[in-house]
Design a protein around this ligand. Structure first.
Ligand code: AGP
Length: 607
């Protein structure tokens, strides 16, 4: 949520900062700004709107070889020019950009106004600039450390100061920050994407750590006591092209189409065909410990929560262990009972979602064991867990998650297989599922070949203001995820329901203006699902049915969207893929920015 980039070196900073901000824009895109240090002190340009608006408005003379930039997702105060970052102190000596939330900002704002400071914005961040400016410490590092001693909350910050024009000081507490090492130039960023074209030698800061960065190097200390932490940069093995949309019209389109390859990656090296099981060494659990698990609790937010529900279903079916998923954002607020023989599985693409991270901390505080299914390597959630597996989906840029979710499902399938095989799941069933998993990447590709037809259906669905997505048991989380994707990027009201629950209330809303997308796989519930379709059709509700070839829908007037057959346990993910494509084309047909839907951001690092 929000993006930070900074540069210190021999080049003009502004173009590099703007380029970095453009690459970070998915993290927050309601306003943007840059501050550079030139001969005459801080120069500032910031405004509400997109990075391209900022680029167009940038004054011609904006020279300076040290600078910081920011894309914002508003928390304190609306998206206005004044609230955009960077924030300066009154004398325009200090510039600060900040991700996260200062919890005691209102107290600090009051103390500053009582002391005669005129605040220029509604933000929590501005207090940092004033506090740094008022510190008596004789180094910038000292001023920032003193400031942070007054601050409660989460932050990743970058600070420049006209009196210390050769450096940027950055600090982290709950919001990611890294230092990138170049040739006589250095970068700072909240996300590698911002600097990937310039360096892949990076040092990720830990919470409680700060770095002083000059053109020739950096030093790190703990900001609590100033003790050196001697962090070093490491080379990250990543291809910069993975961060580009390339030939695709959007990142979401690219990421949907990457799924056959990314799905194959998460399975690679983890399937044991001989014994019909999976090997997830990263869990750090031996067979005895796996057998001792009596319950599985899955925690994630948004779509990760819905995939978690699919995962719970898989675990119950294959391992016969009671399993359920819960929104991580709610978990810690109900004083949860944490049991030693429950395995807590947290699931997150970014590995940064604060609600999920705090759920991990709640579990661990109470002595529970947490494993993570996480995409971003080395992320806060991955590090906070006792073990886990990486999802290997590659960088996901579009706000609407697609390929990472598919790999989450596959991660759950692997986990369920391993848990099942140390219990009652037979070797024959294990082998059957492995064969099914191996077929999945090609089957996803097959679904994507039908994109043109899905695009036509999407146009019709996009014409409705309100839609239902319905499914039962394995199909219900599919419906939830389908509705989520649709509403997230097309801004249509899309509500997910259990098909069986329609008649208990929502059937009242069915009309010719309210289409339903029904998930009807060929399984033990097909007949009941078809009966519900009749009830919808009888009320004039237009129907699209996501189903398998050969499923008899009787005389229900429905449009069919077919997915290939696999093992029934694995159906949910194949049923989900066309719903991603529908959502994508619905939003595209409405002319919306699919990668950056309004009011949202890629990683939700605020509570
Ligand atoms: C997915 O399309 C959404 N943008 C959102 O619900 C997301 O899945 C959620 O915020 C969790 O993110 P995470 O996987 O990075 O933790």
């Amino acid at each position: 949520m929000c993006g930070i980039v900074g540069y210190v070196g021999g080049q003009q900073a502004a173009p590099l900062l703007l380029e970095g901000l453009a690459r970070l824009e998915h993290r927050g895109y309601d306003s943007a700004g840059v501050a550079v240090l030139g001969g005459s002190g801080q120069r500032l340009a910031k405004r509400a709107g997109r990075v391209r608006d900022l680029s167009e408005a940038l004054p011609k003379r904006f020279a300076g070889k040290v600078g910081i930039g920011h894309t914002r997702w508003a928390t304190h105060g609306p998206a206005t020019d004044a609230n955009a970052h960077p924030h300066l102190d009154e004398a325009s000596a200090v510039a600060v950009v900040h991700n996260g939330i200062i919890d005691n900002a209102s107290t600090l704002r009051r103390q500053l106004t009582d002391a005669g400071v005129e605040l220029a914005s509604d933000t929590d961040t501005e207090v940092l600039a004033h506090l740094v400016a008022r510190s008596d410490a004789d180094t910038l590092e000292g001023k920032v450390r003193e400031t942070l001693s007054y601050v409660e909350g989460t932050y990743g910050i970058a600070v420049t100061h006209a009196d210390f024009p050769d450096r940027i000081v950055v600090a982290r507490n709950g919001s990611p920050l890294l230092v990138g090492v170049g040739e006589k130039e250095m970068f700072v960023a909240s996300d590698l994407a911002a600097i990937i074209r310039h360096t892949t030698a990076v040092a990720h800061l830990d919470d409680g750590e700060m770095a002083t960065v000059t053109a020739t190097g950096f030093t790190t200390v703990r900001h609590t006591d100033g003790a050196a932490t001697a962090r070093e940069a490491v080379a990250i093995d990543v291809d910069a092209d993975q961060y580009e949309a390339g030939e695709h019209e959007s990142y979401m389109h690219k990421e949907i189409h990457e799924q056959p390859a990314s799905a194959a990656r998460v399975l690679r090296g983890r399937l044991d065909e001989r014994f019909g099981t999976a090997h997830l060494g990263g869990l750090g659990l031996d067979n005895r410990e796996l057998r001792a698990i009596r319950r599985v609790k899955i925690l994630g937010c948004g779509s990760a929560f819905y995939v978690g529900q699919m995962g719970a279903g898989l675990i119950e079916e294959l391992a016969r262990i009671p399993a359920d998923a819960e929104a991580a954002s709610e978990f810690r607020y109900r004083n949860p009972i944490v049991e030693p023989d429950t395995l807590y599985v947290v699931v997150s693409q970014s590995g940064e979602t604060i609600d999920t991270l705090l759920a991990v901390e709640e579990v661990r505080r109470k002595g529970g064991r947490c494993v993570g299914l996480v995409n971003v390597v080395g992320s806060a959630i991955a590090r906070a867990c006792d073990g886990g597996i990486y999802l290997h989906a590659g960088p996901e840029v579009a706000v609407a998650s697609t390929k990472a979710l598919t790999n989450m499902f596959l991660g759950f399938a692997l986990l369920a297989l391993q848990l099942g095989r140390v219990r009652d799941l037979s070797i024959a069933d294990g082998k059957r599922l492995i064969a099914g998993l191996e077929r999945l990447p090609d089957q996803i590709a097959e679904i994507l070949e039908g994109e043109a037809d899905l695009a036509e259906a999407a146009k019709e669905l996009a014409a409705a203001e309100s839609l239902f997505f319905v499914g039962r048991v394995r199909g219900f989380p599919v419906a939830r995820e389908g509705a989520q994707k649709f509403k997230e990027i097309s801004y249509r009201h899309a509500e997910a329901y259990q098909t069986s629950e329609l008649k208990h209330g929502p059937l009242a809303l069915i009309s010719p203006q309210v289409p339903t997308v029904a998930v009807v796989p060929d399984d033990e519930l097909t007949e009941r699902n078809v009966a519900a379709l009749h009830e919808i059709a009888a009320r004039g509700g237009p129907l699209w049915v996501v189903t398998h070839p050969g499923v008899d829908l009787g005389d229900v007037p429905a449009r069919r969207i077919e997915v290939p057959r696999n093992e029934v346990e694995l159906d949910p993910i194949l049923l989900t893929v066309p719903l991603q494509v529908l959502a994508y084309h619905a939003a595209a047909s409405l002319g919306l920015d699919v990668d950056k839907p309004r009011n949202l951001a890629k990683s939700v690092t605020v509570e």
